[in-house]
Design a binder for this molecule. Structure first.
Ligand SMILES: [Zn+2]
Length: 136
């Protein structure tokens, strides 16, 4: 889907988690009065030392950490489920810091490399035609 391969780099050591495996860590704050979450930061880490160190660095009182294995995002069913949860969360009122919002886009784009097939030549031509039209 992308013109070139984009690695999912560990935020601590820089290794490619699409090849090595790892975790996506979500730092969130729960708003009990509204029943919503605020995503403070999202980061990518190798399992083990990098994960532990990044979680320690980002640990702040009142902020919870949760993680998902990167394998979950390369599973087409779980990938789509994650996108739907994101969209439903926006409607529910979940909030995202600028960093967390950019990271959500990274998740969709980078893992999309593993989930989607390459478009055919005809599909690319149709896409280029669609891109030339005004947005809906
Ligand atoms: Zn690492």
């Amino acid at each position: 889907m992308l013109n070139h391969y984009v690695p999912l780099k560990c935020d601590y050591c820089g290794e490619d988690l699409l090849k090595k495996g790892g975790n996506v860590i979500f730092m969130t704050k729960f708003d009990y009065s509204h029943g919503t979450k605020e995503y403070i930061s999202i980061y990518f880490a190798c399992k083990g030392d990098c994960d532990v160190e990044l979680t320690r660095q980002n640990q702040v009182e009142g902020i919870s950490s949760g993680w998902r294995d990167v394998k979950e995002f390369t599973n087409p069913y779980l990938y789509l489920n994650f996108i739907m949860a994101f969209i439903n969360g926006l409607k529910k009122g979940h909030k995202y810091s600028e960093q967390a919002y950019e990271r959500m886009k990274d998740i969709f784009l980078i893992f999309g490399q593993k989930v989607f097939r390459q478009p055919t030549h005809e599909e690319m031509e149709n896409a280029n035609l669609t891109f030339s039209l005004p947005p809906i």
